[in-house]
Structures are given as structure tokens and as C-alpha cells.
Design a protein around this ligand. Structure first.
Ligand code: ADP
Ligand code: MG
Length: 250
């Protein structure tokens, strides 16, 4: 039976993706399909190409060959169509990347107003609802520097959600946070996953991976080495590369 017939629908689909930075071959024949509602955790050693992979999905990096489809549509090269498709996949980075001189509310309403042409009042109402969901509504009129790292990262998530993305990419969203703030961000991500958001998450938070991920994808040296069920992967990795990596982060 085809995926379609089983009710599966790939939201993100990479096929034979290749990417070089000069002589450095960072992505090697990457094939990855993420189904609607699926949560994929991407792990691997530093420098293995995880961030580059996320960035190509959002077209923050071009690819040399292969193809990337978002909800069935090929990523365009540039222009308006690209802005539209880019907004369909939200991205949350390790550094929160909020606009420092705008209020929290303005950070969340900017995209909807400028890209989606949502009327201001509606954008603000939606933003306040999102800020409530991630637990920072009281901070709406402050600027980012007045918030803790954990609060800023939750704002960054709300800002992405305001664009009504079809999928969310998280690139080590908790690695710049003080330990006591990690869970407040992970909790928001767990909730998103439970609500059915399609997610790709680069993280070494194994408890999150075990409890939330449908699949773990292990990358090293620009290649997907193995992938599978989180418990199986963490308890019984097949490749030596994965075994070494898991031992190194224990
Ligand atoms: P990861 O996120 O798994 O740590 P990255 O995707 O950041 O890995 O990096 C993969 C490789 O590509 C590394 O060797 C890194 O130094 C290199 N790299 C990343 N971005 C660039 C860039 N803009 N120019 C040149 N090399 C880069
Ligand atoms: Mg990275």
C-alpha cells in the first residue's frame, strides 16, 4: 500500500540532498521524509551537518543537488514564493534571535502583519493567545533583554507559531539555556507535539527524545547512519558510530 493510501502524508521530504561548503561535503545523499504529525529527533556529533540540514529545509542554505518538498511542493529558488514557503516551516534556533528593540508583542505580530497581511488587531489578539499558551503573556510589553533565556525561547516559539506553520524545526533550542530553564521550554515543545505539530528537533535531551519522538535519526559526517524507534535506538544502537556517540554524551 502506498503511503498516501495509509493516510500518511509527508510534510517534509528530502530526496538525495547534497551540499558542499567549498571542499567540505556537509550533506551526503540525505533522504528523509517526515510525515504529518510526526516528531523526528535528529542527533549526532557536533559538525555532522544537523544545523545545515535544518537550514536547507528552510532555504536558509541552498543545496547543490537533490530536492526538498514541503507538503508536496518543491522549494522555489527565491522571491515571494520562497518567503511564503519559508513561513510554512517555523524555525527555532539555539540563540533566540528576537528583535532586541521591539517588544515581545511586536516580535510576535511582525511576521503575520508583514508577510501574511493579517490586520494588526487580529495579529495582536492571536499573538496574545500564543503568548498565553507559552506562559509569557505578562511580558508582552517588555523588550527581550528584560526576559530570562527560557522566556525568550518560548517567545521565539510563539513567534514561529504565529505564522501558522505546517512544521516546526528546532535546532538545539535548549542548549543555550541555564539548566533550570530547559524544562519550561521542553514542556512547550511536548505540548506542541501532543497537539499534532509536525516537528524536527535537533537535541541531545534524551528524555525528550524517548518520551516525545516517533523516530530518532542519527547523523554523522553528513550522512544519516541509522534511524528508528527512540527506545530501540538508545538501548540498542546498531552502528559503532552511534554507540560511540551515545557513550560520549552519557
Ligand atoms: P552540526 O549542527 O551537526 O554541529 P553543522 O551543520 O553546523 O553541524 O556543520 C557541519 C559542517 O559544516 C561543520 O564542519 C561546519 O564547520 C561546516 N559549516 C557550517 N556552516 C558553514 C558555513 N556557512 N561555511 C562553511 N562551513 C560551514
Ligand atoms: Mg548545529
Amino acid at each position: 500500500m502506498s503511503n498516501e493510501a495509509q493516510g500518511m502524508r509527508p510534510i517534509i521530504e528530502l530526496s538525495h540532498v547534497e551540499k558542499h561548503f567549498g571542499k567540505l561535503h556537509v550533506l551526503k545523499d540525505i533522504n528523509l521524509s517526515v510525515q504529518k504529525g510526526e516528531v523526528v529527533v535528529l542527533i549526532g556529533p557536533s559538525g555532522s551537518g544537523k544545523s545545515t540540514l535544518c537550514r536547507t529545509i528552510n532555504r536558509l542554505e541552498t543545496i547543490d543537488s537533490g530536492s526538498i518538498r514541503i507538503d508536496g511542493e518543491l522549494l522555489p529558488e527565491e522571491g515571494k514564493e520562497l518567503a511564503k514557503l519559508r513561513s510554512e516551516v517555523g524555525m527555532v534556533f539555539q540563540s533566540f534571535n528576537l528583535f532586541a528593540h521591539k517588544t515581545i508583542l511586536q516580535n510576535v505580530t511582525m511576521g503575520p502583519i508583514e508577510v501574511l497581511h493579517t490586520p494588526k488587531a487580529q495579529a495582536e489578539a492571536e499573538a496574545m493567545e500564543l503568548l498565553r499558551r507559552v506562559g509569557v503573556a505578562e511580558q508582552a510589553n517588555k523588550v527581550p533583554a528584560q526576559l530570562s533565556g527560557g522566556q525568550q525561547q518560548r517567545v521565539a516559539i510563539a513567534r514561529s507559531l504565529a505564522m501558522h506553520p505546517k512544521a516546526m524545526l528546532f535546532d538545539e533550542p535548549t542548549s543555550a539555556l541555564d539548566p533550570e530553564m530547559i524544562n519550561e521550554v521542553l514542556d512547550v515543545m511536548v505540548e506542541l507535539a501532543q497537539e499534532g505539530m509536525t516537528m524536527v528537533v535537533v537535541t541531545h535531551e534524551m528524555r525528550f527524545a524517548r518520551s516525545v519522538a516517533n523516530r530518532v535519526v542519527f547523523m554523522a559526517d553528513g550522512t544519516i547512519i541509522e534511524q528508528g524507534d527512540p527506545d530501540e535506538f538508545f538501548d540498542n544502537p546498531q552502528s559503532n558510530r552511534a554507540k560511540e556517540f551515545l557513550n560520549s554524551i552519557k
